[in-house]
Design a protein around this ligand. Structure first.
Ligand code: HEM
Length: 401
């Protein structure tokens, strides 16, 4: 990844509306002074994994306990649900320790995040599905990990499970006893631990692996930026009015989410300014195409265009280019559709302004954007957590072959 050019960094930064994109430094240099821990130290988050859950995951695999755990997890959905019976004692003991909010979680801010996400749900869904979802295919480590893990062979199911995380976090009851997010985050953390044990056994994955095991704290932060920091920037770029309290609530919900995913406080950005600075350091300079990512993107884009949502392929391709820039569009070989390109560039801002009440004129393509928002929302809503819908489960093996 060291080969990325400064020009590429600059053009991506510009495409994503960042003030100044800087070339990637050789070594990790982000000081934890900008983190929740606040100490002015430089520790490389790409060298930090999760020894405790990783050991639990190793034991589950060795004991052949994954199917039983997945069965038990069907009854563990709401934040207030007791831990289910039917799991090995060592997993129950581990979950008893982590299935709770950190002492620094602020209930008022978490409640405010529920209201904020409800207000802006449709924009979040657009930014996070067509934007972040496709961006994940040009984050090389993530694309390869997803491709070579079990879920890579069934991307529809895999995307549905991943939507569950966003849906549960963005839900109006995310943090309440009847909400699901604390459970979903804990399940996700354990999925990652199982994947850390499994992927090093995949010949296909190891062919291009550049770290001893995947999904370090740094990698999780990078994905956080590709979803949350990127979406925060998009909302501002699109002229959506956000109060200081709303911005803070959004960040706080993600700070707690990162903690639940096992990221140490010394790496979790304290403010949006710190998050943006960290993203400049660890996200934009590392985007690049891979064979695996291109294959995933093709599959994913198939779901959001015809016939699933009734959106023309040209419209979807150009929306991706609008959100991620032409360089990413070119990497993914997205065919040009100049008419849709012009329409989106001119009319999306007008459409947002109309919806936000800052302009009284609905552009001619309003129906198209309405259709896109509705369709993308349906993708999320259809996959909202319930014991019968695409629950998050632990994989027991890698992608076959
Ligand atoms: C699984 C979310 C970071 C690789 C999952 C799942 C969720 C999720 C909800 C469970 C659903 C499923 O099985 O597909 C997140 C979030 C992240 C994050 C919110 C950070 C904010 C990463 C990173 C990587 C990664 C950085 C790799 C570098 C994977 C893989 C799976 C997985 C390989 C397993 C897929 C399978 O079942 O085969 N993740 N993830 N994730 N994640 Fe992540």
């Amino acid at each position: 990844m060291g080969s990325i050019s400064r020009r590429r960094v600059l053009s991506l930064g510009a495409a994503l509306g960042l003030a100044s994109a800087a070339a990637a430094p050789e070594a990790w240099a982000w000081s934890s002074a900008g983190s929740l821990a606040g100490a002015d130290e430089v520790t490389d988050p790409f060298q930090v994994w999760g020894p405790e859950p990783d050991a639990v995951a190793a034991r589950l695999l060795a004991d052949g306990a994954i199917p039983a755990v997945n069965e038990a997890w069907r009854r563990w959905v709401d934040n207030a649900d007791p831990l289910p019976s039917g799991m090995p004692g060592y997993l129950t003991s581990y979950l008893q320790k982590v299935n709770r909010l950190p002492s620094w979680a602020d209930a008022g801010k978490l409640a405010a995040s529920e209201r904020y996400y409800k207000r802006l749900a449709s924009y979040l869904f657009v930014s996070q599905s067509i934007g972040s979802g496709i961006m994940s295919t040009v984050i090389p480590r993530e694309a390869r990990a997803v491709y070579w893990s079990a879920g890579g062979a069934n991307m529809k199911d895999r995307a549905a499970k991943t939507f569950t995380f966003g849906y549960d976090l963005n839900s109006a009851t995310a943090w309440q006893p009847t909400g699901h997010f604390v459970v979903t985050a804990n399940k996700t953390r354990l999925v990652h631990s199982v994947v850390r044990n499994l992927l090093p056994q995949s010949a296909g994955f190891m062919e291009s692996a550049d770290q001893p095991k995947p999904i370090s704290n740094g990698d999780i932060l990078r994905t956080f930026h590709s979803v949350a920091t990127y979406t925060h920037s998009n909302l501002l770029k699109w002229g959506i009015r956000l109060s200081a309290a709303e911005k803070e609530a959004d960040l706080h919900a993600w700070q707690v989410a990162l903690h639940l995913l096992g990221v140490q406080r010394q790496f979790i950005p304290a403010t949006w300014a710190d998050a943006l600075a960290q993203a400049e350091h660890m996200l934009w300079p590392d985007l690049a195409p891979t064979r695996e990512g291109n294959s995933l993107a093709e599959t994913l884009l198939g779901y959001v265009s015809q016939p699933t949502l009734g959106l023309a392929t040209g419209f979807v391709n150009e929306f991706v280019r609008f959100l991620l820039g032409d360089e990413v569009g070119d990497w993914l070989n997205l065919r040009r559709d100049w008419a849709h390109a012009a329409l989106i560039r001119i009319e999306w801002p007008l459409y947002v302004a109309f919806r936000e009440g800052t302009s009284g004129v609905l552009p001619g393509s309003g129906y198209l954007f309405d259709q896109a928002l509705r369709g993308i929302a349906m993708l999320y809503l259809n996959n909202g957590t319930s014991p019968t819908q695409t629950p998050i489960t632990l994989p027991a093996a890698n992608r076959p072959g």
